[in-house]
Design a protein around this ligand. Structure first.
Ligand code: HEC
Length: 153
């Protein structure tokens, strides 16, 4: 088991590197427009090209629930964008809520999405940054699909 874990992490590192290279290529192809829109924040590239595209409308219910490929992508996207606060593997170290306990009822999907899109700011302090414009809708739902696989009651 232990060895398998190590292998997974090496694989992830390679994947991350590949995604970065891919993102640079896209950046060169499309110019600096996207990067410019986000100021000095560095979003982590999430390659969602293997998922069914969702278009510009925000969905109310996760279209990728139980989708194997979405779960794979969501795992990596979570570790790159959310784990520094919510913990590796979503095992919270106490800084931020333990997302393994999130409700999985489809009616709660919209709440999840609004949290990621808007983040959480209270009295001028940013508890969680907004991810709208940094992560695609596809990436957000992929993260939710993965979170449901590590759910604990
Ligand atoms: C900078 C730290 C930070 C990062 C990065 C971060 N979060 Fe959060 N998140 C928080 C904190 C802190 C809260 C609790 C905010 C509050 O007090 O309401 C929170 C709340 C949430 C909630 C609401 C939980 C609940 O029980 O109501 C969700 C869902 C969530 N985060 C998802 C994510 C996802 C998905 C990512 C990655 C795309 C992410 N967060 C990245 C810090 C972070």
């Amino acid at each position: 088991m232990r060895n398998q874990k190590v292998d997974t992490y090496n694989y992830k590192e390679t994947l991350t590197r590949n995604l970065r290279v891919g993102a640079m290529a896209i950046g060169l192809a499309f110019g600096a427009g996207l990067a410019h829109a986000h100021g000095d924040v560095t979003p982590q590239a999430v390659d969602v090209s293997t998922l069914k595209p969702l278009g510009p409308e925000w969905q109310a219910v996760n279209p990728y629930r139980d989708d194997k490929e979405a779960i794979r992508i969501g795992d990596s996207a979570f570790n790159q964008n959310c784990a520094r606060c919510h913990g590796l593997g979503a095992v919270s170290g106490g800084i931020a809520p333990d997302l393994r306990k999130l409700d999985i009822a489809p009616e709660t999907d919209e709440y999840f999405l609004s949290r990621i899109r808007n983040g959480v700011t209270r009295n001028g302090a940013v508890y969680m940054p907004p991810f709208e414009g940094m992560l695609s809708q596809e990436a957000m739902w992929a993260i939710k699909a993965w979170l449901e696989t590590v759910r604990e009651k």
